[in-house]
Design a protein around this ligand. Structure first.
Ligand code: URA
Length: 205
């Protein structure tokens, strides 16, 4: 399937944003996914958390960060008194990209064209929520928010100015922590993610 040729920004009324995302066919990912997973949280949140894309469980539940990565995020956020229910939580890409393998669905990273097409929605969410701080978890979120998705380990813990002009705190993705091949590396990566979430909480005061 071809990527749709569309104007560069979504300009519909804010109230219709969820329905517009739900109906999105701008890239082929909607064809296999169960549903678009919308961002959730207060529309006047000071903090926006951005992940990569819904995982297997999120695709089925229709909610962001409810599977293993979300559970790790929730645990680390709670440890630094960062209240998830006060944050707007969303993903750079709204549909789950996967490869079927038997009965399993294997996560695949979204490519640049998919990230670019979905950026429309992320930009509309940023314009609606106008957060004081955005946390970009992992390379896909960093790419969508800053235009650069590389060197995450070197950039993490720092605040950059995003394409939208908003401050973007770069950090590791919880799935990167979970998939770490060795226990020591996993513990170290988890500590860095927690440290960055603590920095986000401190920034907001
Ligand atoms: N990983 C993400 O990036 N987002 C989710 O919602 C779940 C897992």
């Amino acid at each position: 399937a071809q990527l749709a040729q569309c104007p560069s920004a979504w300009d519909g009324p804010e109230a219709t944003l969820p329905a517009a995302i739900t109906a999105c066919t701008r890239c082929p990912l909607h064809q296999r996914a169960t549903q678009a997973v919308l961002g959730e949280g207060p529309l006047d949140a000071d903090l926006m958390i951005v992940g990569e894309q819904p995982g297997d469980q999120e695709d089925l539940a229709g909610r962001p960060f409810v599977g293993p990565a979300g559970q790790l995020f929730d645990r680390l956020a709670a440890a630094v008194a960062l209240n998830r229910s006060k944050a707007y939580v969303t993903n750079a890409v709204k549909h789950f990209k996967f490869q079927p393998k038997g009965r399993r669905r294997i996560h695949q990273r979204p490519n640049t064209a998919e990230i670019d097409h979905c950026k429309w929605w992320l930009e509309a969410e940023l314009a609606q929520v106008k957060p004081r701080l955005v946390v970009a978890m992992g390379a896909t979120a960093a790419q969508a928010l800053t235009g650069k998705g590389t060197e995450i380990m070197a950039r993490r813990g720092r605040i950059e100015t995003g394409l939208s002009g908003l401050p973007i705190l770069i950090t590791l993705h919880p799935s990167y922590v979970l998939r770490h091949p060795d226990a020591d590396g996993r513990i170290a990566a988890e500590a860095l993610l927690q440290q960055d979430l603590q920095a986000a909480a401190a920034y907001l005061g």
